[in-house]
Write a protein that binds this ligand. Structure first.
Ligand code: MN
Length: 251
């Protein structure tokens, strides 16, 4: 199982989540929302197998935390994974949209200097602008668009410029989301939960709940859950190899 976008540090009891992750052999990308959380989250995760930490500055906190972009850029040399970064064009964040764009440009510039980063990108109501930013920073790495919710036309453009995608249970349960997921290349797809921000009746989605996304993908692709699982694992292997080959300075 793979949860390529989840906020481990924001669960009420991350320690117990990590213990279960190790037991269930879930591959996890623990994204952060501020570079201030980078060291703490790395310490928290420790040597938990299959869990990697990403260095982020969430567009929804950029209004208050834009000054932290310098810290993010200074930490990029030690981060193989960068996220959650991106843009949010929904109404609550329109005021900071210009600042968000400047912050994203700086983050992508730093990624391009070091090369080969794997980036988990937020693009809610800003797919076009996020794709523009990626194109303006060649060599920034491999973008993985998390919970993509743009139009089919924007999806087509994202595919053309080499984006990967991570999709979760909430997205796949909506008709629009599953239509988009069905149009994504199977060889560039990963699963995610975006927990604990996403919830089910039982509480926040946990990384092992990606099983529900695998089930939905099996239905969409008309194959078994085992086949979905094999495809996703192969994808993750390819993504990591691709980025290692392009990376210039990862410790
Ligand atoms: Mn998120």
């Amino acid at each position: 199982m793979i949860d390529f976008h989840c906020h481990i540090d924001l669960y009420p009891d991350p320690g117990s989540v990590l213990i279960r992750l190790a037991r269930e052999k879930v591959y996890v990308l623990a994204v952060t929302t501020t570079p201030m959380a980078w060291n703490g989250t790395r310490q928290l995760v420790g040597d938990t197998p299959r869990v990697r930490v990403a260095l982020g500055l969430h567009p929804q906190v950029v209004a208050e935390r834009h000054a932290e972009i310098d810290l993010l850029c200074s930490l990029v040399p030690e981060a193989h994974y960068v996220g959650e970064i991106g843009l949010d064009g929904s109404e609550a964040y329109t005021e900071s949209f210009g600042v968000q764009q400047r912050v994203l440009a700086k983050a992508l510039t730093a990624c391009a200097v070091h090369g080969g980063r794997i980036m988990s990108l937020h693009s809610r109501r800003a797919a076009r602008e996020v794709l523009d930013a990626i194109e303006e920073h060649p060599g920034c790495g491999t973008p993985v668009l998390h919970w993509f919710s743009g139009s089919l036309k924007e999806l087509k453009r994202a595919i053309e410029i080499g984006c990967w995608f991570s999709v979760g249970p909430a997205m796949l349960k909506s008709e629009r989301g599953s239509r988009l997921a069905a149009a994504m290349p199977r060889e560039r797809l990963l699963t995610e939960t975006d927990g604990p921000f996403t919830k089910s009746r039982a509480g926040p989605l946990m990384p092992w709940n990606v099983k529900e996304a695998e089930r939905e993908l099996a239905r969409l692709w008309g194959c078994s859950e085992n086949a979905v699982n094999r495809t996703l694992n192969a994808n993750l292997g390819r993504l990591v190899a691709l980025s290692e080959a392009a990376s210039k300075s990862v410790h």
